[in-house]
Design a protein around this ligand. Sequence first.
Ligand SMILES: [Fe+2]
Ligand SMILES: [Fe+2]
Length: 135
Amino acid sequence: MDNLEVIKLLNLDFKGELEATMLYTYNAFIIDDCEISRLIEGAAADEMRHMWWLADLITKRGGRPSMEHGKIEYMEEDVKEALRVQIQKETEGIRKYEKHVKLIDDEEVVGVLRHIIDEEKRHRKEFKEKLEKLK
Ligand SMILES: [Fe+2]
Ligand SMILES: [Fe+2]
């Protein structure tokens, strides 16, 4: 896989991180439950850090991070629903990263993506635990 293709995949990942950062930041603003709001705020900061890591990989390879994002569904007033959506987003993200790890044969990129996968798995676990407590 050449650099241009790697940059294209990394920009797809970057888009997912940008969307997660925006959604989680918003959810942290509107959720009243302090403990859950703080957890989501922390995850939002992690997603932004993932943006930095990906942008670093992209620019090092001569690309530019695309700031484009898809439509973000902000209407998650129900905390349980917000957590369910976030768990789903984490699962989708993990699947996408795992696919990219298999496709990309660049050691540095794969190392960073694996590190991100670990953090997304932790997010998913933490959101699941909070959701369980609300049941
Ligand atoms: Fe992330
Ligand atoms: Fe995450």
